[in-house]
Design a protein around this ligand. Structure first.
Ligand SMILES: Nc1ncnc2c1ncn2[C@@H]1O[C@H](COP(=O)(O)OP(=O)(O)OP(=O)(O)O)[C@@H](O)[C@H]1O
Ligand SMILES: [Mg+2]
Length: 245
């Protein structure tokens, strides 16, 4: 029989140990993250909240290996990702992580379909498989009819759906979203949030989402509160947790 400890370890998908990020520039030194440690379980939907400038995006950028920390470690499925070289890190990022940003970060000179296919191109998926999967994702997100449009000709909510489809292209274990509803009106924001909830509940994806919206944070499994680069509190939503377990 598996002990509780073993079971806990087995379900941890991301472990963050003593993460610190210091930015140095001509204007001085900013400790953006200060000795942050926590673990995230598989399938957990975690929100990250806190005042502007508290270090939320810095944290997400480290978790997503978009930038290296000054010190500390991030383990993804037991792999110490910052011990990898840049090319290995890029592979982990493309295979295991999906990103969604407030400003969508789509490539506007090409089509919606090509934007969604993009991580598949990097991952070496065949042309046919890539196109089939991208169209399936666009269909799942209700915007297949926009496949040949340029992103700028879509509404904000539709562009964010394209970004979600792109984030799902390589079937990532973890989805990192930095204020994904920040540019959207309330209703469209709730639609996008409900999609993320669906990915977490039905498809057991691990989601880490920065938000300024306390109602959305309260509807996730757990809210990590950041202040001045440190974890101020880490609150598990008991009702959601019972459902999750
Ligand atoms: N590339 C950088 N160079 C220098 N300082 C930076 C850099 N990126 C972030 N910072 C600083 O680190 C601190 C945390 O910034 P961060 O973007 O993580 O905050 P945030 O919590 O995401 O804020 P917001 O809610 O406004 O998006 C800020 O003081 C910011 O000025
Ligand atoms: Mg930010």
């Amino acid at each position: 029989m598996m002990s509780g400890q073993q079971y806990y370890t087995a379900s941890v998908t991301m472990k963050v140990e003593n993460l610190t990020k210091v930015y140095s520039s001509s204007t001085g030194r900013v400790v953006s993250l200060n000795d942050v440690s926590f673990s995230v379980n598989k399938g957990e939907f975690v929100s990250v909240v806190g005042p502007s400038g508290s270090g939320k995006s810095t944290l997400l950028n480290m978790l997503g290996a978009l930038d290296r920390p000054t010190s500390g470690k991030v383990f993804l499925d037991g792999i110490d990702i910052f011990s990898l070289n840049d090319s290995q890190l890029a592979t982990v990022r493309n295979d295991k992580l999906g990103f969604i940003f407030q400003s969508y970060n789509l490539i506007n000179r090409t089509t919606v379909l090509k934007n969604v296919e993009f991580p598949g191109i990097i991952g070496g998926m065949s042309d046919a498989d890539r196109k089939r999967r991208a169209l399936k994702l666009l269909d799942f997100l209700g915007i297949k009819n926009k496949a040949d449009f340029k992103p700028l000709n879509l509404s904000g909510g539709q562009q964010q759906r394209v970004a979600i489809a792109r984030a799902l292209m390589n079937d990532p274990k973890i989805i990192l979203a930095d204020e994904p509803t920040g540019n959207l009106d309330t209703k469209t924001g709730i639609d996008v949030f409900n999609l993320l909830t669906l990915l977490s509940r039905e498809f057991k994806r691990t989601i880490i989402m920065v938000t300024h919206n306390p109602e959305l944070a309260a509807a996730t499994d757990r809210a990590i509160h950041i202040r001045d680069g440190s974890i101020e509190k880490d609150i598990i939503n008991v009702e959601r947790w019972a459902f999750f377990c």
